[in-house]
Each structure stands twice: as C-alpha cells, then as structure tokens.
Design a protein around this ligand. Structure first.
Ligand code: ZN
Ligand code: FE
Length: 247
C-alpha cells in the first residue's frame, strides 16, 4: 500500500488519522480533533506534517487547526465552511483533487451532517476518510442538512467499491448496533453486532469499516428495506427514529 494510515483514539470518542505517502514521506492529518495528542503522535512517529485535511467545521474536527499549523507549518485544505472557525489555505469542493506526495485524493461532497461536509477518497489505495457522514452501522446527525441531502451523500459513498476501507471519525459503533438491532432483523446485522459488542468489551476499535460491510448491515443504507416511502423518505424516518432512540 502506498499510503500508511495511523489511527488513534482521542477526546471522548473521536479518532485521529495521521497518514503518510510512503513514496515521499509526506504526512497529513485528517481533521484536528486534539492538537496536543496529534502533535505528540507526530513526534513519536517522526513524521513531517505537510497537510491538514478537514472534513467539516465542527470543533472536534477543525478545532486544532491553528495550533497544529503553528507547530508544523502544514497547509490547511478543507470546505469553505471551516472558515467559520479558522482560516483555510485552500478551499476545496466536490471533484477537486488534493495531492499528498504521490497519493491523490478526490473530494466528494457529502453534505448533510453539516452543509459543506466533504469526504476524501484515495481510489488507488481504496481508502476513504468520511468524517461524520458514514459511521460503522450509523451515520451523522443532520445538524444542518435535509434527509434528502444526506441520503444523496450516503449514496455517493455507497457507490465506491465494496472493498474500500472507510475511516469514520468516531467510535459510536456499539450504540449504533443497539439501534440497528431495534429496526432491522437481518442475520448479517445480528452477527456483526455480536462481533462489535465483543470487540468493544476487549477495548478494540471497530473502525475502519468497509463500504461492502456497511451496505450489507448499516440500517441507514438499508433504509429503503426498513421503512416506507421514497428512499430518502425511508432514510429520513430511520434517522428520526435514531435521534430519539434510548438504547
Ligand atoms: Zn461533526
Ligand atoms: Fe465529530
């Protein structure tokens, strides 16, 4: 693989992702949930940070931008909405390319959780960083967008190859699994939920996941099978049920 991904937990339930283009040694961080933790980890790895790649403006994703840029001189790329809390060196949107050494990322508009949310897709390595859009067995809350917008965003991610490795920004999977089991009786989901609960008991992460696994078991991607109406309406109904679920 031409891209090394170093994932670690930070804050309450965030994941930080430090990535390195192996050909050139250039490194980037996907979002900046915890500046101190990310800088310490860069130091430990001996990686030189060239780029900060934001998915959306929320403070647990862009809040460390200024401190990390001050310490490393890394350039910041992200969607325009990030300028609500911090300046960007380069604004990117749907279809734009972001290069880290020899690794090429394509920006995918995945608005819904926030209006300007984006994902970064490295097709050559079959890797996607999806922020708070798609979670293992879940999806982001609709803070700013509509169900139709989020459904469209999820469909764009679902259209990636099944073996795409998906890095989501939070460890929410056990709670997501409890909700999923309340709306979906599929045996594949039951089997996966058992694995998730066991992994969390052992303190193991359940991220990354894959597009294929999410298509098979994620109740938000399976919404048209679980609720009536047009697909985006079914998705909206499942999302609304999750918002009030007390598991
Ligand atoms: Zn968020
Ligand atoms: Fe978040």
């Amino acid at each position: 693989m031409a891209l090394t991904v170093h994932q670690f937990a930070c804050l309450d339930d965030n994941y930080a992702f430090l990535i390195r283009d192996d050909a050139t040694g250039l490194a980037a961080t996907i979002d900046t949930p915890d500046a101190d933790a990310i800088l310490a980890e860069l130091d430990r790895l001996g990686w030189k940070l060239a780029l900060i790649m934001n998915t959306h403006w929320h403070p647990d994703h862009a809040g460390g931008n200024a401190a990390i840029q001050a310490a490393t001189g890394a350039a910041i790329v992200g969607p325009k909405e990030v300028t609500r809390i911090a300046p960007l060196d380069r604004e990117v949107g749907d279809g734009d390319e972001v290069r880290l050494g020899e690794t090429l990322f394509r920006v995918i508009d995945t608005g819904g959780h926030t209006l300007g949310h984006i994902a970064y897709h490295d097709a050559a390595d079959r890797i996607a960083f999806v922020g708070d859009t798609l979670f293992a067995l879940g999806c982001g809350r609709l803070f700013e967008g509509t169900p139709a917008q989020m459904w469209g965003s999820l469909q764009r991610l679902a259209a990636l190859p099944d073996d795409t490795t998906v890095y989501c920004a939070h460890e929410y999977t056990a709670a997501n699994a409890r909700f999923a089991l309340s709306v979906d009786e599929s045996p594949a989901l039951k089997a996966r939920a058992d694995q998730v609960f066991a992994a969390r008991e052992r303190g193991e992460p359940t991220v990354p996941t894959t597009i294929g696994l999410e298509k098979a078991t994620n109740p938000f991607l399976r919404a048209p099978l679980l609720a009536p109406g047009e697909p985006h309406e079914a998705f909206g109904a499942v999302r609304a049920a999750k918002d009030v679920f007390k598991g």
